[in-house]
Write a protein of this length. Structure first.
Length: 82
């Protein structure tokens, strides 16, 4: 019985040493990082100063700024003068 017990122990140890191939690796899936929008930087001269101010914004923010500035100019153009 000692030989049978030894063989049984060897089989159990061999089985425990081999990982079970149940399926694909179960590593957690990391969500993809959202890319930061690329910013465009422009240096603008400030009235009354020799220093320039650096302004950085995304293309969407620049478009909103252009639309806002155009609306202000349009309002000023439609204002009657005395």
């Amino acid at each position: 019985m000692t030989v049978a017990t030894g063989l049984l122990m060897a089989l159990l140890l061999a089985q425990a040493a081999v990982p079970a191939a149940a399926g694909p690796a179960t590593e957690p899936v990391k969500p993809a990082k959202a890319e930061k929008p690329k910013k465009i930087c422009v240096e603008e001269a400030q009235m009354g100063s020799h220093f320039k101010t650096r302004i950085c914004a995304t293309p969407e923010e620049w478009e909103r700024r252009r639309e806002r500035d155009a609306a202000v100019l349009q309002r000023g153009a439609n204002t009657p003068t005395k």
